[in-house]
Design a protein around this ligand. Structure first.
Ligand SMILES: Cc1ncc(COP(=O)(O)O)c(C=O)c1O
Length: 345
């Protein structure tokens, strides 16, 4: 058995803090189907207030939050624009099956950051007849956790608005972007129509995401959530942890970014190991071992023998995600273990 277990598969593996567990025990509850759960209501208000939007909706997952947003923003036959690796498009978690009727237009964009020129080109292509929605992802998972600048959001948003598009942000990890750039989350949200963010990832709450937007948008999204089975009852039990996540867990994301930086620096120093770092990185380390002649599966399997868990990124890469349970010692262990594996060949 390996001497240590270092789980770098995702920040979704984070466990609730003691404060969260206490808040969950003490939560004031009611039937959220009737809008009567005071703790859910408080979380929704807090999210809306923090993000500078009119209203918020607590949903069981990021996938459901995005699906509700797409449902409300679009109609059958609409053209929807995404970066090609966006979770909403490439994640293949059923949103498009649910949404059948919307025409997706994947676009290429370096580090997932869609530029106005790229959007214009996509909109002006021959097969677009009902341009309706632009979806952007911040931080961008598929490119290695790249954080958009507020200016980048503003400029693509201006271009989208010129064409009458609405803009939805998949901000599953928006607070990682906020911390990486040292900005206020409102610096992003003032340029968009809706945003989904997860409290269940680096913020360590056990369950849930928030969708925020205008009051009428959220009222419609609430109806969609119920229609697709996302209505919850005494959900204050889990929402209580979401409140703690928003109030206490945002600033500490900087520690995860530092761990990711240490992993990148240490692994990059090993011959044959390459790291892909976006201009503004967050809590991911994207490792590539093509030069060693290894593929993703063999890298992940070799790490597993040392108790290191990671997700493969084929053909020759893997993603390491830093989070609250990963220490500086863990990062040093990963680097040393990888060096030994490479030396052994
Ligand atoms: C960028 C992004 N959006 C959405 C989701 C979906 O979130 P959930 O797993 O809560 O459905 C994820 C999950 O990893 C994600 O990384």
């Amino acid at each position: 058995m390996p001497e240590r277990r270092v789980d770098l598969r995702s920040d979704t593996v984070t466990l609730p803090t003691q404060e969260m567990k206490e808040a969950m025990m003490d939560a004031t509850l009611g039937d959220d189907g009737y809008g009567e759960d005071a703790t859910v209501n408080r979380l929704q208000e807090l999210a809306a207030e923090k993000l500078g939007m009119e209203a918020g909706l607590y949903v069981p997952s990021g996938t459901m939050g995005n699906a509700c947003a797409l449902f409300v923003h679009t109609h059958s036959g609409d053209d929807v624009f995404f970066e090609e690796r966006a979770h909403l498009f490439a994640g293949a978690r059923g949103e498009f099956a649910i949404l059948n009727g919307v025409r997706p237009h994947p676009m290429q964009a370096e580090f997932g950051v869609v530029q106005p020129e790229g959007l214009e080109e996509a909109i002006n292509s021959a097969d677009v007849s009902q341009p309706s929605l632009l979806c952007i992802e911040n931080s961008h998972n598929g490119s290695g956790g790249s954080a958009w600048t507020p200016t980048e959001v503003e400029s693509v948003s201006k271009s989208a608005k010129t064409h009458g598009l609405r803009i939805h942000m998949d901000g599953a990890r928006i607070f990682n972007a906020v911390v990486a750039h040292g900005v206020d989350v409102k610096d992003y949200t003032r340029h968009i129509d809706s945003v989904m963010f997860c409290v269940s990832k680096g913020l360590s709450a056990p369950v849930g995401s928030l969708l925020c937007g205008t009051r009428p948008f959220i009222d419609e999204a609430d109806a969609v959530r119920k229609r697709i089975g996302g209505g919850m009852r005494q959900a204050g039990v889990i929402a209580a942890a979401g409140i703690v996540a928003l109030e206490q867990m945002v600033d500490r994301l900087a520690e995860d970014h530092e761990i990711a930086r240490l992993l990148c620096a240490g692994l990059e120093a090993i011959e044959g190991v390459k790291i892909q770092r976006p201009p503004t990185p967050t809590n991911f380390a994207m490792v590539n071992v093509e030069e060693l002649g290894w593929d993703s599966e063999s890298l992940v399997e070799k790490w597993k023998t040392c108790g290191i868990l990671a997700n493969p990124r084929p053909p020759a890469g893997a993603r390491l995600v830093a989070h609250r349970h990963i220490t500086h010692e863990d990062a040093a262990y990963v680097v040393n273990a990888t060096r030994q594996l490479v030396e052994r060949g």
